[in-house]
Design a protein around this ligand. Structure first.
Ligand code: SF4
Length: 302
């Protein structure tokens, strides 16, 4: 008898990724024969990227823009992560037509950071923007760019402690704290409380609730899903920030959690005959890939 396999009903693309891929596919069907250039990968998943590249979506970097413009290849997609204002200025200067797929949740976060920065500038007290996120991540670069780089990015509580002790983060000023949308809600709470107890005036800290609700809900659901199965196969691209966070959450709850990026990476030795197997994925993992991985597991003979 084959293994019992259940796909996490809450997994699959988040709304922002569905929206971005839908916009890209719509553009490509409305402009047959044209190539749409995505500034960075539209989704951190190689399998889905291959599918979209066959339809005419090609990932490029900032360095590629001048040569594309010189060739008259002028269709540029901005992905759900968003971009700093400097990217829009540069794209416009080179003559690109921009298909802006910035997720509305990220757009709102960008606006909130600009508004907080303006408040700090006019408050008459020293103040700083602190962002809990991954240094160098595209969304974080877009957030920091909203305030011309005048923000401090903190990746983990240890980094926060170091910044407090070397004075990078001032204890005597106002702090407006934000999080990258895909960070762990638990870790963000730790960062916020550590900051609060470290400031001269705890009331000088404003904590903005900016973790995406879809991500926060997924953390809650995954906590139950990981403990209800003997083995969890987590499907995510190796570069997915959200995938790394959710995989670590699963692994901390169920030691028999394994990360794969496609069905080819599934290993027979991970399973025992009576195992109940759960298959889940990141916000950038397509449903069709979860189906393929689940199908591969169900076909194993142990
Ligand atoms: S995780 Fe949330 S904020 Fe990020 S793209 Fe998806 S829906 Fe938007």
């Amino acid at each position: 008898m084959g293994l019992l396999v259940e796909i996490d009903p809450q997994s699959g693309f988040c709304g922002g990724v569905i929206r971005a891929i839908g916009s890209a596919e719509r553009f490509l069907s409305e402009h047959p024969g044209r190539t749409l250039y995505s500034l960075g990968s539209i989704v951190h998943n190689d399998e889905e990227l291959s599918r979209l590249s066959r339809r005419g979506l090609v990932s490029v970097s900032q360095e590629d823009l001048p040569s594309l413009a010189a060739r008259g290849e002028l269709s540029l997609l901005i992905r759900a992560h968003g971009e700093p204002p400097s990217t829009y200025r540069r794209a416009a200067g080179l003559g690109f037509e921009v298909v802006d797929c910035t997720c509305p949740v990220v757009l709102k976060l960008q606006q909130d950071i600009r508004a907080a920065y303006d408040r700090l500038q006019t408050s008459g007290r020293p103040g700083q923007i602190v962002i809990f996120g991954r240094i160098g991540h595209a969304e974080v670069l877009g957030l920091v760019g909203q305030v011309d780089g005048d923000a401090i990015v903190v990746e983990a509580p240890d980094m926060l402690r170091a910044f407090l002790s070397d004075g990078t983060i001032r204890r005597d000023g106002r702090i407006e704290l934000f999080s990258q949308t895909t960070k762990s809600p638990e870790e963000y709470a730790v960062v916020a409380s550590l900051l609060r107890v470290s400031l001269t005036d705890p009331a000088a800290l404003t904590v903005h609730d900016t973790i995406c609700t879809q991500v926060a809900r997924r953390h809650e659901n995954l906590t139950a899903f990981a403990t209800q199965h003997d083995v969890v196969i987590f499907v995510a691209g190796k570069t997915s920030s959200n995938g790394t966070v959710l995989f670590s959450l699963c692994k901390s709850l169920n030691i028999r959690t394994f990360l794969v990026s496609s069905e080819a990476e599934v290993r027979k030795e991970w399973f025992r005959p009576d195992d109940k197997v759960g298959v889940s994925g990141a916000t950038s993992t397509p449903k069709w890939l979860l189906d393929q991985v689940a199908g591969r597991i169900a076909s194993l003979t142990l």
